[in-house]
Design a protein around this ligand. Structure first.
Ligand code: SF4
Length: 512
């Protein structure tokens, strides 16, 4: 459990915290270095409440409202026995405490019958040195070269990885920044990851690139400008999507994009619609008809290129094909930049007012863009020590996870388990309850992790069955006990998350 008596060799008034290798010697009434544990009248206590996600049975699993719940707002839960009976609860690792190093069973090993099956959830707060954050920033703008160092407060905390479709990806943290550099680097890295995982804004500066302000679920701010839209597709995809909308309204369309710039008349979509060649000359490297790579350098201009004048990516029109009066639309992949031209007698594009029906097609591109957001995915490897808190035979836990006999969650949110050795997981922090993460000054991040399985499977993998408590008795302990009331808090289950105890997660589902 989370409480532990004072270690015998410590002076009577002090408590030595054994929840991480720092081994804080905590004075009465004081917290330890991480603020997670405190000395309460000579007893080591986990300060934060244990978070239980809860959904009602009466409403067939609908979310229990917790915002507006006066008990919850008071920061404690005072539910009657009836309320407990009419709700399904899942004990998360948030506030559970740790058993590091895990010569002891995990803090909570909670059993209950769900859907007619005896189930158990092993609950702990893992201390993760091998952990990091994958950050997806929805923007076409070039924010830094691949492998460029990402800094927070001047310290290196990560690097730029490859771009994804409409997004720039950063890797933040990792064991090398946490423990492989200077002390300040480790501390700042841990602090940066903690903020990101707890959905707080963080300012990051990329060597040779941009400064971005990022927060999970919020629009990124790139060099002081809030990004609004994620591109609808690359230039080629945009041509494919909107070619019918342009037919009959304009002679040629160029969709400017750092990845693939599209040209309507040359593109398969244009040919399909019978759009005539325009004699346009595109700079860059022609890939396939109507698709051009590297028309410009990456930047924060049109379509993630460095251009602000789209005509710079055009050469002279072919006089054998082009004709005076021919019209041309140039547009970016978000529709935020667009310009309309008419060829003069010398076949030079001259800016002109865009016809209304053509402007509507640009608006259609904008409308089809999704909101630009930052996504924060926590990634960590559950080491042998953590696994020992679950079972005396840790490799059996790994095998059981791989065999899908164990459902892994983090704060109740589903964790993606990587293939291959070990238990390496990823979880979207936006699906977790707020402020689910902590830290210790080793430095390392503290994150909740839960392993849910059949009780029989838990026994078979060598689990600490002697430490199993029934969920009902746990609730009673917290609801009626001493200062236990303050240590349990129910939050509503997010309907986006699968219920961790549901049998659909397991291969034995459907069997009698
Ligand atoms: S830093 Fe470590 S030893 Fe100190 S209070 Fe926190 S968990 Fe305990």
């Amino acid at each position: 459990m989370a409480e532990a008596p004072a270690t015998s060799e410590a002076p009577a008034a002090l408590v030595v915290c054994d929840a991480c290798p720092v081994r804080c010697r905590i004075k009465p009434g004081q917290p330890g270095a991480c603020d997670r544990y405190a000395n309460l009248s000579g007893t080591l206590v986990r300060v934060d409440p244990l978070i239980v996600v809860e959904r009602t049975l009466a409403r067939d699993g609908a979310m229990v409202p917790f915002l507006g719940d006066p008990d919850w707002e008071e920061g404690r839960l005072l539910r009657t026995a009836d309320q407990y009976i009419n709700a399904e609860r899942f004990v998360t690792g948030i506030g559970a405490g740790t058993t590091y190093p895990d010569y002891k069973p995990a803090p909570f090993i909670v059993a209950g019958t769900y859907d007619g099956v005896d189930m158990v959830t092993v609950v702990t707060e893992g201390i993760f040195s091998y952990c990091g954050v994958k950050l997806k920033i929805d923007t076409d703008r070039h924010i830094g070269a691949e492998t460029a160092t990402v800094r927070a407060g001047g310290e290196p905390v990560g690097h730029v990885t490859t771009a994804e479709y409409g997004s720039q990806m950063l890797s933040i943290g990792g064991v090398r920044h946490l423990t492989g550099g200077g002390k300040k680097e480790g501390t700042v890295t841990c602090e940066t990851m903690l903020k990101l995982c707890n959905r707080e804004p963080v300012e990051l500066a990329i060597d040779g690139g941009s400064t971005v302000i990022v927060a999970a679920g919020a629009a990124p701010v790139v060099d002081g400008i809030a990004e609004e839209r994620m591109r609808v597709g690359c230039g080629s995809a945009t041509i494919g999507m909107f070619a019918p909308a342009w037919k009959g309204k304009v002679d040629e369309v160029v969709v400017v994009d750092d990845h693939i710039t599209g040209v309507l008349s040359e593109h398969e979509a244009g040919k399909f619609l019978g759009i005539a060649p325009s004699g346009i000359y595109m700079r860059g490297r022609r890939s396939t008809p109507g698709r051009y790579f590297r028309v410009a350098e990456p930047g924060s201009g049109w379509g993630g290129t460095d251009i602000t004048d789209p005509l710079t990516i055009l050469g002279p029109h072919n006089p054998k094909v082009a004709r005076p009066g021919q019209t041309l639309l140039m547009v970016s992949t978000t529709g935020e930049d667009a310009a309309y031209f008419v060829l003069d007698d010398a076949l030079a594009p001259v800016p002109a007012a865009m016809p209304t029906d053509l402007a509507e097609t640009v608006a259609l591109i904008r409308e089809n863009c999704e909101p630009a957001l930052c996504s924060v995915v926590f990634m960590a490897g559950a080491g042998g020590s953590l696994r020992a808190g679950v079972t005396r035979n840790p490799v059996r836990l790994t095998r059981s996870v791989k065999d899908a006999l164990v459902f892994v969650s983090s704060g109740g949110a589903p964790a993606y388990v990587w293939p291959g050795g070990g238990i390496t997981v990823m979880v979207d922090v936006a699906r977790m309850p707020e402020r689910a993460f902590g830290w210790v000054p080793t430095p390392a991040l503290v994150a909740p992790i839960e392993f849910t399985m059949r009780l029989a499977d838990y026994a078979a993998l060598g689990g600490h069955v002697e430490s199993v408590v029934r969920a009902d008795s746990l609730a009673g302990t917290f609801a009626g006990g001493r200062d236990g009331e303050e240590r349990l808090r129910a939050v509503g289950w997010s309907a986006d998350n699968p219920w961790p105890l549901a049998r659909q997660h397991f291969p034995w589902s459907g069997r009698p």
